[in-house]
Structure formats: structure tokens, C-alpha cells
Design a protein around this ligand. Structure first.
Ligand SMILES: [Zn+2]
Length: 396
């Protein structure tokens, strides 16, 4: 089962030249459909794009078991079509002598996850060309993985009911698989103050300042052995001479331990509420008035208010050593001559969703490195190895 190295490289190069930031996966989806139809595959597209506001749905390929593969494992094998925001820029890939593919300009290359997509496409071509035995397969090319794995959430679990394992290609070295990942919660904070003209600060509550005070009391660091917190986004204000009436922030919590996640969430919400509650002022006769003051007689107390939206992005998972994805991939990796490693990730992926929905799923390394930045690269040797491992996994 020798992998067609040049065809794999060619597919990868084609894919990275097509911009496909999240919710803009249309052109990549069309490329995959065209290419795989040449090999006799029927590529279905669901309506996840319409549901989530993107221009493409998830692609699904149901491959029935071969006549000689009835006893083999039923597998879901997937990769995501979208890239982070930098992927909207034109990517010009450059290949060096060591088989590394990088971007020539100051963009990502899109190895995350176009290594995975091109490897799965190569696997499908090999299956069709060489009549390789396999059990029932569901191939998923998802949208919006970089947006809290929202695309895969649109795929009904009935489609992989009774399957043995899920394998997501979305990680670095092909000798290693991810067997555990944290849960993540996004906390969206909107603070309403009392805005107005900067020259008349009396009776106003500056929402930007209330937000600043609030987030300064929220830790943005490692919280414990299992958990981290991060303040990712803050927005407020329209002009230097305007007191902002509204301010917005996004804060995330992630943890491998759901109890600790609950604990940190409770503490976070209490901190937000108590800090915002401090922002109130009493309207006395001495600070009444001022240009643009329209409702100073209504109530002697003015206060900031806050809306908090808590969004559970995905749940954590931890696979047992004897679970199907671990044993299948361990055998396939070992038989490919590599030393098997299992690792715990700090980020989520489509596998978090599949595990939460009852399909034990691991993430296999597929040759991407330095992802989400301009130093990102793909390694062709590792991609070839990953394709080989994947083909072996079909027979485990
Ligand atoms: Zn990825």
C-alpha cells in the first residue's frame, strides 16, 4: 500500500491555494467533491452552512463495507475544511528539500487542517484503486471547526450510530494520538453604563471603565493543574470625546475536570456581578444638570448593568487505553514502524463533540506544525506516514 506521494503533495498544494476561513469553505468543498467524484465517490453536503451562516455545508461520504471487509471496524474518519482567519489571504506554498511546505508570504499555510483533508482524500483514492478491504466508513469534511467545532455538531449522531471509533486528523506528529482534551466555556460579557459627552461626566457611568475593573479581577492564566482562563476580546467606545455607554468582553474557561470547570464558572460569574454592582452613583442636586442630560429627575440612583451569556463550547474527554480508537491506532502506528505515543491536548477539536455524542474518538497526527501562525508548516514525510497509518487502521 505505497502512498502516492506526489499526488498527495499536489492535492495539498491545491487545497492551501484555496482560501477557506471558517464559514467560507465553499471553494474547498467544491474541489473535494470534484476530485472524489472522479474516483466514484458520492459526496453529500448537509445544510450546516445555512444553519450556521456559512457558504458550505459539511461534506459526508458514506462508504459501504467491501465484500471482504464485513468483519472490519466501522470508522468515522474526518478532517475540517476551514482555517483560521489568516486563511482568507492568498497563500503561496513553498516546498523545501526536507519536504516542509510553508507559506511564501506572511500568511498561515493552512496545514491545519488541509494536511488531514488531503490525506483522507488520498486514502479514499487508494481504497478505490487497490480495492483495499475495509468496514463501513463515514468520511466527514467539516466546516467551522475553528469556531468551537460548530460544523460537526450539525451532523446527526444517527449517521455513526453503532460505529466502533472516530478518527479526526488534526494534530502534529503521526506517531501520536490525542486521547484527552479539555472542556471549554465561553463567557460573553456586555456591560451597560450611562454614556454621554466627555465634557459632562457627572451622572455618567463609563462602561469601558466598569469592564476594565471587572476583567482586572478575572484571572487570565493557568488556574490549576487542569484548568486555564483567558480574556480574549474587549471592545468599547466610539470616540475619544464620548463616554462609552456599552462595553463587551469574551472570556474563556477550559478544564479537563468538569467539577473544577463548574467551580471556576461560579466564581467568575460572582466576580462579574459584584464588580459591576459597585458601579452606581447617586444623583444629588450638586451633580445634576449638564448638556445632554435627559432623565436626571427619574431616579436618584444610576447604575451599570451586565448581561452575561455562558456558552458551553464542548465537553472534555479522556479515552481509556483499551478503547477502540486507541487500540486501532496504536496497532496501526506500531505496524508502521513508529513508537506509539498518547498525549493530552489543551485544545478542543471535532473529537470532543464525537466523544460527547457517544462515539469514542481520537485525534491522529497528520504532519502539521506551528499552526495558526505565519511559521506554520506541513511535513510531507509525516503526511505520507499518516496516510499509511490510516490505511492500516482500516484493517485493524
Ligand atoms: Zn485543526
Amino acid at each position: 500500500m505505497e502512498i502516492n506521494r506526489s499526488r498527495l503533495l499536489e492535492t495539498f498544494i491545491d487545497l492551501v491555494r484555496i482560501p477557506s476561513n471558517s464559514f467560507n469553505e465553499r471553494a474547498v468543498a467544491d474541489y473535494i467533491k470534484d476530485e472524489l467524484s472522479l474516483f466514484g465517490y458520492t459526496v453529500e453536503e448537509d445544510n450546516a452552512g445555512e444553519e450556521l451562516g456559512g457558504n458550505s455545508g459539511n461534506l459526508l461520504i458514506r462508504v459501504p463495507a467491501t465484500a471482504d471487509g464485513k468483519g472490519l471496524k466501522k470508522l468515522l474518519i474526518g478532517a475540517h475544511m476551514d482555517t483560521v482567519e489568516d486563511g482568507i489571504h492568498h497563500v503561496e506554498p513553498v516546498v523545501d528539500d526536507a519536504g516542509n511546505i510553508r507559506s511564501a508570504g506572511d500568511t498561515i499555510v493552512g496545514a491545519d487542517d488541509k494536511t488531514g483533508v488531503s490525506i483522507i482524500m488520498e486514502m479514499l483514492r487508494k481504497i478505490s484503486e487497490e480495492k483495499i478491504p475495509h468496514g463501513e466508513l463515514l468520511i466527514t469534511f467539516t466546516i467551522a471547526e475553528e469556531k468551537e467545532a460548530r460544523g460537526v455538531q450539525e451532523i446527526p449522531a444517527e449517521l455513526y450510530k453503532g460505529f466502533d471509533a472516530g478518527i479526526a486528523l488534526d494534530h502534529s506528529n503521526p506517531d501520536s494520538i490525542i486521547v484527552g482534551a479539555p472542556a471549554k466555556i465561553a463567557i460573553l460579557i456586555t456591560i451597560h453604563g450611562v454614556g454621554g459627552h466627555a465634557a459632562f461626566p457627572e451622572q455618567r457611568i463609563n462602561a469601558a471603565q466598569v469592564l476594565a475593573r471587572t476583567v482586572s479581577r478575572l484571572p487570565s492564566k493557568r488556574l490549576d493543574e487542569f484548568s486555564t482562563a483567558n480574556l480574549g476580546i474587549m471592545h468599547s467606545g466610539t470616540a475619544i470625546n464620548v463616554i462609552p455607554g456599552k462595553a463587551y468582553a469574551e472570556y474563556e474557561l477550559r478544564s479537563h475536570n468538569e467539577d473544577l470547570l463548574d467551580f471556576h464558572l461560579t466564581r467568575t460569574l460572582a466576580t462579574i456581578e459584584s464588580t459591576v454592582r459597585e458601579a452606581r452613583l447617586y444623583i444629588s442636586d450638586s451633580n445634576k444638570g449638564g448638556i445632554g442630560d435627559d432623565n436626571s429627575d427619574e431616579c436618584p440612583i444610576r447604575k451599570a448593568t451586565v448581561e452575561v451569556d455562558v456558552v458551553s463550547c464542548y465537553e472534555s474527554y479522556r479515552l481509556d487505553d483499551d478503547s477502540a480508537p486507541v487500540t486501532i491506532l496504536k496497532n496501526a502506528i506500531t505496524k508502521s514502524g513508529l513508537e506509539f505515543k498518547s498525549i493530552i491536548a489543551q485544545g478542543g477539536s471535532d473529537a470532543n463533540i464525537l466523544n460527547a455524542r457517544g462515539l469514542p474518538s481520537a485525534v491522529l497526527g497528520c504532519g502539521m506544525h506551528g499552526v495558526h501562525g505565519t511559521t506554520e508548516r506541513a511535513n510531507l514525510d509525516e503526511m505520507v506516514k499518516c496516510a499509511e497509518i490510516l490505511l492500516r487502521a482500516l484493517g485493524e
